[in-house]
Design a protein around this ligand. Structure first.
Ligand code: HEM
Length: 294
């Protein structure tokens, strides 16, 4: 019994509780903080256990809904087997796994070393950028230490460049991977990268032009694209996998193409709500995201 996967389910349940409680109170700081800590715990696995074992753990999270969500796993087009059933932490409990998962495991358990280096670069770069992004939103440049905000902004951009660059190179290999969706996966991950990187870059150009209000707007959008491409992606895949098990790669494709834009949309709605609470905003009196926690 993989205890770690059960801990992930328990953490997900607590997280949903925090979301409901936060929405009811009108303050989602605890929900956001929990999401960042949860992300760190999941991604740190790659540094501790290596790629193959961490991917088997990741697939283990999806094995349960994907197998229990279909009446006959053997006939579901989006489920597949893998060599010696090693691609999941569930051992003999599940023989069928999401087909994207078996392909994902195969790519890194049996692929060239450089591919794994790219994955580590992607995970490390984007995880650092994600954490710094939250620090920046809670301590904006009109706060007590604008110089630190500026410095962390450039460190964050460097980390993001490594993370997104690694993702684009990894995605360029997906053309022949039917279980990912082939060239739809290449284009989809490039589109996701464009959503994330363009929001960040526009935000930086805006602040260099001293347009503080637009900088804040684009950095909210950037944060939405990052939350979307990490969390929304994984949560959507959890729900869509069993629902679309009759169509190979469809659930994955929906997550690839829609998670970042949905994230941007949600962030935009949150920002507008904050601004409405604050009245007509100027840079000096707009609320940082921290207002959500009060
Ligand atoms: C810019 C948007 C993103 C793109 C285009 C992207 C793309 C990818 C790709 C292509 C893979 C590997 C699939 C393969 O080549 O077989 C991957 C895996 C992964 N990515 Fe991303 N990603 C993005 C955002 C993020 C963010 C924001 C994080 C972390 C904060 C992240 C963390 C991971 C992790 C941990 C994995 C391994 C699977 C897992 O254990 O969750 N990614 N991503």
């Amino acid at each position: 019994m993989p205890i770690g996967v059960l801990v992930v389910y328990a953490a997900l349940a607590v997280w949903v509780g925090l979301l409901v409680f936060g929405l009811w109170r009108g303050a989602c700081g605890t929900f956001l903080g929990f999401g960042v800590a949860f992300l760190l715990a999941l991604n740190a696995r790659y540094a501790i256990e290596g790629a193959a074992q961490s991917i088997a753990f990741f697939i283990g999270i999806y094995d349960v809904p994907d197998n229990f969500g279909v009446s006959d796993p053997a006939s579901a087009h989006a489920l597949a087997t893998c060599a010696q059933n090693q691609c999941s932490v569930w051992g003999d409990k599940f023989v069928y796994h999401p087909s994207w998962g078996t392909a994902f495991y195969d790519r890194f358990a049996h692929g060239p070393e450089f591919r794994t280096v790219l994955l580590y670069g992607h995970i490390a770069g984007n995880t650092l950028a994600f954490v710094l992004m939250m620090v920046q939103l809670f301590r904006p440049g009109n706060g007590p230490n604008p110089a630190l905000h500026r410095l962390l902004g450039y460190v964050s951009l460097a980390a993001l460049t490594v993370g997104v660059g690694g993702a684009c190179i990894l995605a360029s290999e997906h053309g022949g991977i039917v279980d990912y969706g082939g060239y739809f996966s290449v284009l989809g991950f490039w589109f996701m990268s464009l959503c994330v990187y363009s929001c960040a870059i526009i935000g930086i150009f805006r602040i260099r032009a001293r347009d503080f209000a637009a900088h804040r707007i684009w950095m909210f959008r950037y944060a939405g694209s990052m939350w979307g491409s990490f969390w929304l992606f994984r949560v959507m895949l959890f729900a869509l996998g069993p629902l679309l098990s009759g169509y190979n790669a469809l659930a994955l494709q929906i997550c690839i193409w829609f998670s970042a834009p949905f994230g941007i949309l949600i962030a935009e709605l949150i920002r507008r709500r904050l601004d409405a609470r604050a009245g007509a905003p100027t840079y000096d009196d707009v609320l940082p995201i921290g207002a959500l926690t009060r």
